[in-house]
Design a protein around this ligand. Structure first.
Ligand SMILES: Nc1ncnc2c1ncn2[C@@H]1O[C@H](COP(=O)(O)OP(=O)(O)O)[C@@H](O)[C@H]1O
Ligand code: SF4
Ligand SMILES: [Mg+2]
Length: 348
């Protein structure tokens, strides 16, 4: 709910829906352990949407699966805590966890088929969480399913269709209706638009936003599209090679002071308004391997603002810009604040 309401909510409700503290997730591979998520901390307040952005391979999905307590077979949470409404998810197991996962925390995947069984009709798929968790009386289920289908602009005519009879956008809308059927407290959306054509993205994003606002769902919205994040996220965390390098309210993140990596990501956002001038920053080289990350600041091999050997030798400190905005960099806040904004309106 992009309402600028972060502070209001904080005052009235002392517990964030999600708190991630110093999280570390490791994949155990033949080449050795890969710490795909390192020392990650953030929180999301009730009803807020937090965007999580960063290049492919930086650990976004690994983080989402860790929050679901559903990491890959060769992975484990090797440090830190994940608190859902104050309860430690890492400590939970078995039935308790299944119930939370299916009911209170829902996941929307990049590939909608990850949530849909090819042999179940659309009606059966959406009814299933309602039957499993008994959130709606049995006699009401059909009505609720139809209402959910209408909310994703599909309607009753889709009840008996199988996933293979749907387009990519329609499948994602069914997956969305299924994820929100149980009115989850927290929705983890892992690049839900990136497998879709731009022309159908709005047909998915609009119902997603409506669900989030109607049910006051707290959301982690993973994306590499900063313009979508800008439209509706209250806050944003920027991730590079397994670590968060900046976190703050959306407004704060889109203006200096920026982390040099955020600045580079912003400079790649297309701006349709011809009166706005955008700085062009091209990052050199590829993202280094998570198996052998650079020493000091992980971004030093590509950073256009690198200070010198200190960036190679020492982990950068967190700089608290405001209560909600922090940047992890050796450059001090005043110098970062003096940077030219990425987006500037041209003089008429
Ligand atoms: N099952 C796996 N085994 C080993 N490494 C993995 C596995 N899944 C992901 N990784 C590695 O973990 C890192 C983070 O991946 P991922 O979380 O999928 O990134 P993102 O979602 O940001 O694209 C990458 O380096 C990726 O290669
Ligand atoms: S610590 Fe150094 S290398 Fe890292 S982002 Fe800041 S200036 Fe760039
Ligand atoms: Mg991913």
């Amino acid at each position: 709910m992009k309402s600028g309401g972060i502070r209001n909510v904080q005052k009235s409700t002392p517990t964030p829906v999600l708190e991630v503290e110093n999280l570390e997730v490791t994949y155990f591979t033949r080449l050795g352990p890969v710490k795909a998520v390192r020392d990650v901390s953030f929180e999301i307040w009730p009803g807020d949407a937090m965007g999580l952005v960063g290049e492919s391979g930086c650990g976004k999905s690994t983080l989402a699966f860790a929050i679901m307590n559903h990491v890959a077979r060769n992975a484990a949470v090797t440090g830190g805590r994940i608190l859902f409404r104050g309860d430690d998810m890492v400590q939970k197991s078995g039935r308790q966890l299944d119930r939370i996962r299916g009911n209170q925390i829902a996941m929307v995947y990049q590939d909608p088929m990850a949530a849909l069984n090819p042999r179940r009709t659309v009606g059966e798929a959406i009814a299933r969480p309602l039957q499993l968790f008994g959130t709606v009386p049995g006699t009401e289920i059909q009505n609720v399913v139809v209402r959910l289908l209408e909310a994703v602009r599909l309607g009753e005519g889709y009840l008996d269709r199988l996933p293979r009879q749907l387009s990519g956008g329609e499948k994602q809308r069914v997956a969305l209706a299924r994820a929100f059927a149980g009115r989850p407290t927290l929705a983890l959306c892992d690049e839900p638009l990136s497998s879709l054509d731009v022309s159908v993205q709005a047909a998915v994003i609009n119902p997603l936003l409506e669900f989030q606002q109607r049910f006051e769902t707290t959301m982690l919205f993973i994306s590499h599209d900063l313009s979508v994040v800008y439209q509706f996220c209250d806050s944003v965390a920027v991730m590079y090679l397994g670590r968060i390098c900046e976190v703050g309210s959306t407004e704060a993140l889109f203006a200096p002071p920026y982390h040099p990596y955020t600045e580079a990501l912003l400079s790649a956002v297309p701006v349709p308004d011809p009166s706005v001038e955008r700085t062009d920053i091209r990052l050199a080289g590829a993202v280094p391997s998570a198996l052998d990350p650079p020493s000091g600041c992980r971004f030093h091999t590509r950073c256009p603002r690198k200070l010198g050997p200190v960036c190679e030798r020492e982990s950068p400190p967190w700089r608290q810009v405001t209560k909600e905005h922090r940047i992890c960099c050796h450059i001090d806040t005043e110098a970062l604040r003096a940077v030219k904004p990425v987006f500037e309106r041209k003089e008429p």
